[in-house]
Design a binder for this molecule. Structure first.
Ligand SMILES: Nc1nc2c(ncn2[C@@H]2O[C@H](COP(=O)(O)OP(=O)(O)OP(=O)(O)O)[C@@H](O)[C@H]2O)c(=O)[nH]1
Ligand SMILES: [Mg+2]
Length: 423
């Protein structure tokens, strides 16, 4: 329905916190852009609390009605999730399609979903959101002459609604069981990784911060850049919907996994977080989280808070997190760069500034290695081979008593080969 560019009017209430309102509203405009909608008009009301019946006051609803006519708008979008009853009340007054921010985000996710798992997750989220709003959805449909997507619109009135409700409930449980099967595969892969003692580093952050690009830069700098390893990165909201993992091996033989995740946005619909939990759960198993931030965003502080809120909701607040500020090439004057959280590192994928330091930072935080000197008897050549593969050998000397190796060892290897440490 929204593939050609339709005209949208966006609506929001300013509850007196200008900064919060501006952030949320500018984000809504970006979400419209991501859904190929042209915002032709913005309607804002200053209120302490939303009107219980119409969200806006009735006077503002009448003004909105006139603006819809004047601009020949196709759709009206509210910046908050509207209750089913409020949605129906507004629809009784406004002649065109009416949706809220949640539905807009769900539509973008629907467009972007590529893998079977992402498609299932988005459809479950959308149907769960629609279920209590079927009355409004039917009104929208009759107005825009749509076919009803995945719902059946046989019969009329109550009967059609009842049929739809039952049909949707059945479909949700079918999709959930399909998703559970897929999640089981994911769980098996995860268990295997844990068994292999692979440490996971998750890149998280606000959508469009540059997570996928940064992982691609790391792959390229570390020569891990076979064609199929690169991730999809694009200047748009929610370019990434699926969790992807790439294996990294550093020159010092340290190995770990880099995980790219879906980007966050404020007021991320609850149903979406629920549906995406199985993929997002991987973040919870990380040894380290890299919270990537777009330094050039005028709302970077809000975006940091948004990301931290979602991380908290996912139960990740106790995982060691590094704050890495990206797109530093776009900052003209660092004097005015004072984000709320101190930077662990500043980087740019355009100039590669800070990229080697990022690798070092991850390495240092993942591996608490110890430098030591071992004296291996010549009969223990197999240990020397393990060291070549799994440790960082600084020097080797062949003495009469055996092989003297100056080496950086993980705690695990250190305790394993303790008896050979040269006192
Ligand atoms: N100027 C500049 N642009 C960058 C930098 N890093 C990434 N970008 C651009 O930012 C845009 C978004 O990058 P992505 O890597 O897709 O961002 P993401 O965080 O993965 O976004 P989602 O998957 O949508 O959550 C792309 O157009 C990148 O080229 C940087 O260091 N400097
Ligand atoms: Mg991405």
């Amino acid at each position: 329905m929204l593939d050609t560019r339709n005209k949208a009017i966006i609506c929001g209430i300013n509850f007196g916190h200008d900064e919060d309102f501006n952030y949320s509203f500018s984000e809504l405009k970006n979400l419209c852009e991501a859904c190929q909608l042209d915002v032709v008009c913005e309607v804002v009301q200053n209120l302490n609390t939303p009107n219980t019946r119409y969200y806006f006051g009735i006077g503002k609803i009448n003004e909105l009605k006139n603006l819809v006519d004047f601009h020949q708008a196709d759709i009206v979008i509210f910046d908050d999730e509207l209750s089913p009853a409020t949605l129906v009340n507004i629809m009784d007054e406004i002649e065109v399609e009416v949706i809220d921010r949640t539905m807009l985000i769900l539509r973008i996710f629907e467009k972007r979903a590529k893998t079977k798992e992402a498609k299932l997750q988005v459809e479950i989220a959308k149907l769960s959101y629609l279920l209590p709003r079927l009355v409004g959805y039917h009104k929208n449909l009759s107005r825009i002459g749509g076919s009803g997507g995945s719902t059946h619109t046989r019969g009329s009135g109550e009967t059609a609604l009842e049929l739809d409700r039952r049909h949707i409930e059945e479909r949700i449980s079918k999709l959930k069981s399909e998703l559970a099967d897929l999640s089981l595969n994911r769980l098996t892969a995860r268990k295997q990784r844990i068994k292999n003692e692979m440490k996971i580093v998750s890149f998280v952050g606000y959508t469009n911060a540059g997570k996928s690009t940064t992982i691609n830069t790391l792959l390229s700098v570390l020569n891990e850049d076979e064609e199929n390893k690169y991730l999809y990165a694009e200047d748009m909201l929610f370019a990434t919907l699926e969790t992807s993992t790439r294996r990294i091996k550093l020159n010092n033989n340290h190995e770990f996994l880099l995980t790219d995740t879906v980007g966050f946005v404020s007021k991320l619909p609850h149903h979406l977080i629920e549906a995406f939990k199985s993929t997002l759960e991987e973040i919870r198993e990380s040894s380290l989280i890299i919270h990537l931030i777009d330094s050039s965003s005028p709302y970077l502080d809000k975006q940091i808070e948004t990301t931290n809120l979602v991380l908290k909701e996912l139960g990740c607040e106790n995982i060691k997190t590094l704050y890495v500020y990206n797109k530093i090439d776009l900052i003209k004057n660092m004097v005015f760069f004072n984000p709320i959280i101190k930077a662990d590192l500043l980087i740019s994928n355009k100039t590669n500034e800070g990229i080697n330091e990022l690798i070092e930072l991850i390495d240092n935080n993942l591996f608490d290695d110890l430098k030591t000197t071992l004296l291996l008897p010549f009969s223990k050549g197999d240990i020397y081979n393990v060291l070549k593969l799994k440790a960082n050998i600084l020097s080797t000397e062949y003495l009469n008593e055996g092989i003297k190796v100056e080496v950086i060892l993980s705690k695990h290897l250190y305790s394993l080969y303790q008896e050979y440490i040269l006192k």
